[in-house]
Design a protein around this ligand. Structure first.
Ligand SMILES: C[C@](O)(CO)[C@H](O)COP(=O)(O)OP(=O)(O)OC[C@H]1O[C@@H](n2ccc(N)nc2=O)[C@H](O)[C@@H]1O
Ligand SMILES: Nc1ncnc2c1ncn2[C@@H]1O[C@H](COP(=O)(O)OP(=O)(O)OP(=O)(O)O)[C@@H](O)[C@H]1O
Length: 291
C-alpha cells in the first residue's frame, strides 16, 4: 500500500536579532525572537525503493536537487543517526514556494520538515530532544524550524525557549530577489558584542506589548546587509510608512524585510501597496503561527 505524508515548512522570521559575541570558532552567539509565518514550502514523503528528491514550485529553478539540498542532507543525517528506524528509501517532493537564501530560513525549514517526515515514517517514537540535537548538526536555524512556533533562540540557535503565548499578528514579507549569503553579512559586521535582548513581557498576549518591546530591539545584521544590498534599506523605509505597520525590519541575514501588523486587512493593504511600488519584488502577507 502506498501513501504520502505532507509537512509544511514555514518561513522563519527573526523579529529581533542581537549578535552578542564572536566565538573562537568564527561563529557568532545570537539572541533572537523568532516567529513563523503561515506561509511555507511543502515537503512530502512516500516510502520507496531508494531516496529521491523532486522539486517544483515558483522557486524550484533556484535550487539543485542533488546531495547538497538540505532535504537530502537531513535524510542522510537521520539514516546515520537511526539506521534501524529509517525506511529502505523515501521519495521526497519539495514544493519550493519561498525564495532561496532570503533570510527566512527556507532551506532550514525544509530540512526540519524532512526530519519530521522521517520521524513519522519511523516505527518508533523519537524523543524531541534527540531530534533537536540532530537538527542542530544541519544548520543554526534547523532546531527552531523543527518547532516552528514563537521562541527565543540563543547560542548559535541551539538553545531554545518556546513562548507559551503570542499575540495575534500579521506579517508582510518583501524580498528584492537578490540572494544574500549569510557569511558575507557576518563578515561585514562591525560590532560583535552588542547588548542582549531585553526581557520579554510575561505573559505576552497583546500586540502593543510586543510593539513596545520591539522598539527596544534591532536586527544587528541589518546595517551590514544594507551596505551589501542598499535596496533593503529602501524597502524597510517604505514598509514602515504603510498604515498600521508596528515595525519594519530585515529578517535573519536578509534580504527579506518583514512588516508587522495588527490586522489582516492592514497587512493585505500594505502588501498591495508594496507590490504597486515594487512589482519586481516578491511580496507576501500571512498571519504568524501561534503556539
Ligand atoms: C542569521 C540567522 O539566519 C539567524 O536566524 C542564522 O543564524 C543563520 O544560520 P544559517 O543560515 O544556518 O547559517 P550557516 O549557513 O550555518 O552560516 C553561514 C556562515 O555565517 C556565519 N555565521 C552564521 C551563524 C552564526 N551564528 N554566526 C556566524 O558567524 C559563519 O561564517 C558561517 O560560516
Ligand atoms: N531545500 C533548500 N531550500 C533552500 N536553500 C537550500 C536548500 N537546500 C540547500 N540550500 C542552500 O542553502 C542556502 C541557504 O538557503 P536558505 O533559503 O535557507 O537561506 P536563508 O533564508 O538565508 O537562511 P537563514 O535565514 O537560515 O540564513 C542556499 O545557498 C541554498 O543553495
Amino acid at each position: 500500500m502506498s501513501f504520502t505524508l505532507h509537512e509544511a515548512a514555514p518561513a522563519k522570521v527573526n523579529l529581533a536579532l542581537h549578535v552578542t559575541r564572536r566565538r573562537e570558532d568564527g561563529y557568532h552567539d545570537l539572541e533572537s525572537l523568532i516567529a513563523f509565518a503561515d506561509l511555507s514550502d511543502d515537503v512530502s514523503a512516500a516510502p520507496a525503493e531508494a531516496d529521491t528528491l523532486a522539486i517544483s514550485g515558483p522557486f524550484a529553478a533556484n535550487l539543485g536537487s542533488g546531495s547538497g539540498n538540505l532535504v537530502l542532507r537531513a535524510i542522510d543525517a537521520f539514516r546515520n543517526r537511526w539506521p534501524h528506524l529509517a525506511p529502505v528509501g523515501v521519495q521526497f517532493h519539495l514544493v519550493k514556494n519561498l525564495p532561496v537564501a532570503a533570510g527566512i530560513g527556507g532551506g532550514s525549514a525544509d530540512a526540519a520538515a524532512a526530519l519530521r517526515l522521517m520521524a513519522k515514517l519511523s516505527p518508533e517514537a523519537i524523543p524531541v530532544q534527540d531530534m533537536l540535537g540532530l537538527a542542530a548538526t544541519l544548520g543554526a536555524d534547523v532546531p527552531a524550524c523543527l518547532l516552528s512556533r514563537p521562541l527565543v533562540a540563543r547560542g548559535v540557535g541551539e538553545i531554545l525557549s518556546p513562548l507559551q503565548e503570542f499575540p495575534a499578528l500579521h506579517l508582510v514579507l518583501v524580498n528584492p530577489l537578490v540572494p544574500v549569503a549569510t557569511a558575507d553579512v557576518f563578515r561585514r559586521l562591525r560590532a560583535h558584542d552588542n547588548y542582549p535582548l531585553p526581557a520579554l513581557p510575561e505573559p505576552l498576549t497583546r500586540p502593543a506589548q510586543l510593539g513596545l518591546w520591539l522598539a527596544e530591539t534591532r536586527n544587528d545584521l541589518q546595517p551590514p546587509a544594507v551596505k551589501l544590498v542598499p535596496v533593503i534599506g529602501e524597502i524597510v523605509s517604505r514598509l514602515a510608512e504603510t498604515a498600521g505597520c508596528i515595525v519594519a525590519r530585515m529578517s535573519g541575514s536578509g534580504a527579506t524585510v518583514f512588516g508587522l501588523f495588527g490586522s489582516e486587512g492592514q497587512a493585505h493593504l500594505a502588501a498591495q501597496q508594496m507590490r504597486e511600488h515594487h512589482p519586481e519584488h516578491w511580496v507576501a502577507a500571512a498571519p504568524i503561527l501561534r503556539p
